[in-house]
Structures are given as C-alpha cells and as structure tokens.
Design a protein around this ligand. Structure first.
Ligand code: FES
Length: 348
C-alpha cells in the first residue's frame, strides 16, 4: 500500500474499547461501524476527520497487529493544550463514532528477512508495536527494539511487549529511562539509564546489513540518525517518521517565486473541480494556492511529513521545496511543499 491521493474513501468507525495506558496515553480500539476494515501495513497511520480548524485530517499511527482486522488500535498521547485532536480522542467512549480515511503512509516495515533495529522515543513507540506484531511471524529474525522514555511513569505496553518477547527468540528489547533509578535497573523495568547515544548503539549493535526504523520527536531522530550514520549504517537503510508534536512552520516561498505574476507565469489547472488560475508566486505552496482558489484539499502536517496532501499530477512539472523524508509515489506530489515549474494540471 502507498500514500493515497486526496479524498480516499471514507470509513465510519466506532470505539469498541478505551484503555488508559498511562497518565497521558489512551488506546482506542476502533471497529468498522459496518462491513470490514481495510487492511493496513505495519507502520501506517489512520487519517481521522475530526473537524479541527487547523487541519482537515489528523493522523495517528495504528499501534495494533496488522494481522488482526477486528479493530484498529490508536494510542494517543494527550498533547499540551489538547492540540491536534488529542483532547477530542481522549474524550471518546465506547460506542462513539468518528470518520476516517483508509490507512496510509510509507513508513512501513520492509518485507524481507534482514535484521531490524526499531529505535523509538516516547509515543513514537506506536508504529514499532505494529511492526513487532508483524515481526512475531518471523520469530527468529534478529530484531533490536530500543525505546527511550522519561521514566517508569511514561512506560506503556509493558505487558504486551513482554508477551512479544516471549514469542520472539530473535528479539532483544532494551528500555532506556532518562530519569530512572538503580531500582528500575534491578527490577528490569529498564536496562539503561540516561540517553541513547552513539556509545550505547555501538555497544549493542553490529550495524552491518541492518535496517533501522526511527520514530520519535524530531530532535531525537536527528540525533539517532547522526549516531547511526557515524557508525557506518548507510543512509538508505534508515527510515523515519516524525512525532514532533506541533506541525512545522510552512516553508517560505522560494525567492524566485515571490515577485508576483509575470507574463509567462504558470497556469495551474485543477482538473476535477474545473478551476484554473495563474500562479503569481504569492503563495508558499500549491496547497495554499489551491485553498486560495476556494478548494479544500486534505492536509495535516503542512510540512511534507504525513502524506495527507498527496495529489496526482496529471501534466506539467513541479518541484518540492522541502527535503522529503519519504518521496510520494511516481506521479504524485505533496501539495504542501510543492511549487510549479511551469503550467501544471492537478487531479483536484
Ligand atoms: S500535509 Fe502532511 S505532507 Fe502535506
């Protein structure tokens, strides 16, 4: 499965169960209100329509076993100020319904038998949980799961992880508490105190031929990526998903585009809506430009991370203004960080 174009088919989901995983994290098991749930790949997220003023879709990673389609489990951390829909989701109770799109996302576990490093921070554990359930079907495959959190109060899913560990002889699980104690080590709540750094990675891992999956706050991932690279892991073997909290600021318009319309300014045609307008360089991206024409493309992060704004380019050339973590499939662009290089026709 790959990133979906905008306006994928809608699902009506119903909360089947609500579980408090910690003081800040709640898991919701969501089943189909009618029919069956579409399949998902380990690591993909579920776009929810929560009617938030700041984004049309709020995306949450599915933390459950991809082999169990009786429900999707979302595990949601209550963000400061209840941002991004987390307060709404924390307030849901069994029987409540919500609207979603089909699961999407390209941060997915690769299907082969190479050793895997899952390196997660905080609530970035959620895609790793889904990946571990998938990896449990290859129990001897070497897997190192290295998870960092602040303290024992923030540690979630301990029982579920212990169950996976018991079924997976190839799994090495190491939990790191930034603010732990000797008692945490003695009781095996964690195996390391402090931070995950290059020295710890070097001690734990022979990194040749490994695939690494990083998920956590942006600063955590930047540090982990740099440490792995310095230990010789090729950049192409490192995949990552941001759980950075607040959306990144909208990228600034390239200077060459900021000067206003000229005689040879590109024409942007939105084929499905029959709308056409001249790109005058005043908008930072094709997403902003489409909105300025009265269109409502899907979006969430507005930073080239979530894939919600993926759109098919029917004709013409565009360029991405951000360095993308994960490129969209051939023929699609991420509207939130794309500008035209000439006349363009979009499937919108
Ligand atoms: S809105 Fe998230 S990638 Fe564009």
């Amino acid at each position: 499965m790959t990133a979906e174009p905008a306006r994928a088919a809608a699902l009506t989901l119903e909360v089947a169960e609500r579980v408090a995983e910690s003081a800040a994290v709640v898991s919701l098991r969501l089943r189909a209100a009618a029919g069956e749930l579409p399949p998902f790949l380990p690591g993909q997220h579920l776009p929810l329509r929560l009617n938030l003023p700041e984004r049309s879709l709020a995306t949450y990673t599915i933390s459950s076993d991809p082999g169990d389609l009786s429900a999707y489990r979302l595990s949601v951390k209550l963000e400061p100020g209840g941002k991004g829909g987390s307060r709404h989701l924390h307030g849901l109770q069994p029987g409540d319904q919500l609207q979603a799109e089909v699961p999407r996302g390209r941060f997915v576990l690769q299907e082969d038998d190479r050793p895997v490093l899952l390196l997660t921070g905080g609530i970035g554990i959620t895609p790793a949980l889904s990946m571990l359930h998938a990896l449990a079907r290859q129990p001897d495959r070497p897997v190192v799961f290295l998870h960092a959190c602040r303290s024992r109060d923030d540690l979630c899913f301990a029982e579920e992880l212990a169950g996976l560990e018991a079924r997976m002889p190839g799994l090495t699980r190491i939990t790191v508490f930034a603010e732990g104690s000797a008692a945490d080590l003695e009781t095996a709540r964690c195996q390391h105190l402090g931070l995950i750094d290059r020295a710890l990675l070097r001690r734990l891992l022979p990194l040749d031929a490994w695939q690494a999956y990083l998920c956590g706050p942006d600063g955590f991932m930047a540090a982990m990526r740099a440490a792995l690279a310095s230990l010789g892991l090729p950049d192409g073997e490192i995949r990552q998903e941001s759980f950075g909290g607040a959306p990144a600021p909208v990228p600034a318009a390239p200077a060459a585009r900021a000067a206003g319309a000229t005689a040879d300014a590109p024409t942007i045609r939105f084929a499905r809506s029959g709308t056409e307008a001249v790109w005058d360089g005043s908008q930072p991206s094709l997403l902003d430009f489409a909105e300025a024409q009265g269109l409502s493309p899907d979006f969430s992060c507005r930073a080239g991370i979530c894939g919600s704004c993926a759109c098919r380019r029917l004709d013409g050339e565009t360029e991405h203004t951000e360095e993308l973590i994960d490129s969209p499939p051939e023929g699609e662009i991420l509207l939130c960080c794309s500008v035209p290089k000439g006349d363009v026709v979009l499937d919108l």
